[in-house]
Ligand binder design. Sequence first.
Ligand code: GTP
Ligand code: MG
Length: 279
Amino acid sequence: MSDTTAAPRVAFISTLSPTAQTLTVASLSLAVLCLAILVFFTRRTSRSTGNLLLLVGPPDAGKTAILSTLAYNQTLPTHTSLQSNASAVAFSLTKKPSTVVDIPGHPRIRDQVNEYLADAKAIAFVVDASTVSRNGPVVAEHLHIILNALTSLPPSQALPALLILAHKSDLLKSGSAASATSESLAITRVKTILERELEKRRVSQSGGVGVEGLGEEGERTEMGGLECTGEKGMFSFDAWEGGEVTFLGTSVKVGRITTDEKAEADGLQALREWMEENA
Ligand SMILES: Nc1nc2c(ncn2[C@@H]2O[C@H](COP(=O)(O)OP(=O)(O)OP(=O)(O)O)[C@@H](O)[C@H]2O)c(=O)[nH]1
Ligand SMILES: [Mg+2]
């Protein structure tokens, strides 16, 4: 019975010389060590040591408005940006200033983000929460490109943190509730719509069907970046294999100069706090 099946194995091990046993143990330990090193380097949790905050996202989302509010406490009416802008912003009194880079959302320029990825501490994908309901597919396509760029970074390169800013929360009607409620409303809306649209893209890709709503640059049907650990691999930000995704509700006051004392009221406080803690 079980004794008879176990006997030959015991006999086999006992016939190994002490040197062979040592070698076996050593090679097993080496294999475990290699596996541990592999897991360590392929884990997507390490954070970049760069100090750039990249503002990316579709045209008209509010990236330039956010940069000028952060850098100058002022938001003038802006036009479609045709080139990237950068400004130094001190988020914390104790740490050195971060450089905030605003990358235009136009499809022909948005890929400039790749030039900055290696030095990015964080990427903030800015979404206009007041129009995302109708622009969902286009916004999701742009986000998909960013998710793909992040997950395609070599494992040796630390990942920048990914923030999604549910911006222009001031334009959402939150009844009589305070601004905190319109910010959480903006987050819920942006998260729900983007998850739904990204899941549609994932299903279309895995079914071998072309993805609708691609940018004018064309066919990127085989992009990765949507892999999730959840049930059936359904796309959800919480289960995204690329790492943690942080949602913040933001807004700026267009056309107003915000004095230092009132800076807390400009709707970017959540972003400032996040940068202060993490940058
Ligand atoms: N109501 C409101 N309007 C905003 C807010 N942020 C930006 N805007 C307005 O939205 C429009 C677009 O903002 P921009 O900052 O130029 O958008 P962008 O993301 O830089 O767009 P591109 O340069 O084309 O990629 C401008 O008219 C801004 O004044 C906000 O928080 N609330
Ligand atoms: Mg702009």
